[in-house]
Design a protein around this ligand. Sequence first.
Ligand SMILES: C[S@@+](CC[C@H](N)C(=O)[O-])C[C@H]1O[C@@H](n2cnc3c(N)ncnc32)[C@H](O)[C@@H]1O
Length: 476
Amino acid sequence: MMSAASTAIAMPTRLLLLCRSCSCPCPPLSLSSCGAGAGASASAGGRAFRFRWSGASASRGLLVSSSSSSSFRDVDVDVDVSRGGKGNISCCSSRSRSTRQIKKKRSAAASAAESAALAKAKRRTRSGRDFSEELLSPYLSGAGGDHIPVMLGEVLEVFRSRHLLSFVDCTVGAAGHSSAIIRDHSELQLYIGLDVDPVAHEKAQSQIYSILNNDLCNAPSNLKTHTLLKNFKYIKSALREVDGNLLESGVDGILLDLGLSSMQVDNVERGFSVLNNGPLDMRMNTQASLKAEDIVNSWPEAEVGRILRDYGEESNWRSLQTKIVKARLDGGLHSTGELVQLVKSTSGKSGRQGWIKTATRVFQALRIAVNDELKTLEDALYACFDCLSSGGRLAVISFHSLEDRIVKQTFLDIISRGGRDEEKLSDSGEEESWSKQRIGGRDGTILTKRPITPSEGEERLNRRCRSAKLRVIQKV
Ligand SMILES: C[S@@+](CC[C@H](N)C(=O)[O-])C[C@H]1O[C@@H](n2cnc3c(N)ncnc32)[C@H](O)[C@@H]1O
């Protein structure tokens, strides 16, 4: 009910109400009708508001609160009639206040995300290469041409200035990078491809065979190729197996393209996919004995927690650890679908994005543990560097921060061995524009002080590449 005091104040038929104290973007309100006894109505930003007088003070103005109707926003308006009808929305109702706080928090979060993105951009060098299937097609046609390997143009650029007589692809997969390297280096005399996955190894073998036999015009004629089913941490024994002298002379180029191939992710039977139900397997080497289900169903609880925390970087690891171990009472977890259900039940209200992110971290943790990926990588990087010839290059593409950290630290350790007596930071490489900053040491030079990341064009075409980072070291 309107009070007598409020109706006694002469109100103009049109009031301009401007946002006063809050930082929220309240649009100006135009109060178009305020007949005595009736609720005043106003519109702003396409939304309707209605007010009724709830109190008045002749000198300071009226306190006007919105109608209780749920279709109207609950906003209090402080009108200073002494200023000729100009007033301010003070947004002082509790709902408006909380909306304002949410908006403030959102804008703080947005600016934090912006600064984080800026800091991230500073820590890397985005590739400036043009990216198109057309540009890369000369390297892809025929064998290996059905998929575009991650950062192919950048990898080719890294090795292009080298006289590449020998090359080892430690992660041959579908032989995409390998095929392109073979085509790009007619001088190549020895190629070795390694993969720990028997399926990938078989596919790689037939791709390389296809290049040599169906595509001889582009392939080097005196090239010897070897594809071995082997873990790359045994690169030294692989070289020995191929040629007893190779370890001494070294090889001119080595590539590690870490992570999973599409062949592995897309095959539900391998158990790598968060979105498709399959057995809890996750072995890269299908002949190995340890599977993901062994970890979730029989490893000590503290170990399960440790891998979720350290390998998955999952903040909710304690609760997941407890649930995983509890599930053993009901027969344990045996499929990726069961594990995903458990993650969903732990993620609560965080929605699809929330549980997918958590599940991805849990899967990453299990995969790293099943394949002992981090220790293998560290050992392999030292071994690979030892296998390089003088001037030879080792290029590594990693896909998550744990891997990238190991590559970065190991490269730094390698060039620090025996003291970094010749440490220098040079500006962009004189002859190679992709190498922006280098760090020199006695035994080697890091050619990528900051990792190179995929070009925007590649990211648009291939979402799976967006976390890729390329680092390169060269032996002195
Ligand atoms: C991302 S794929 C490589 C794709 C390849 N560069 C191409 O262009 O087709 C990674 C490959 O590395 C293999 N791999 C992973 N860990 C390995 C290891 N420790 N030793 C050897 N191969 C490994 C996987 O089996 C997989 O086939």
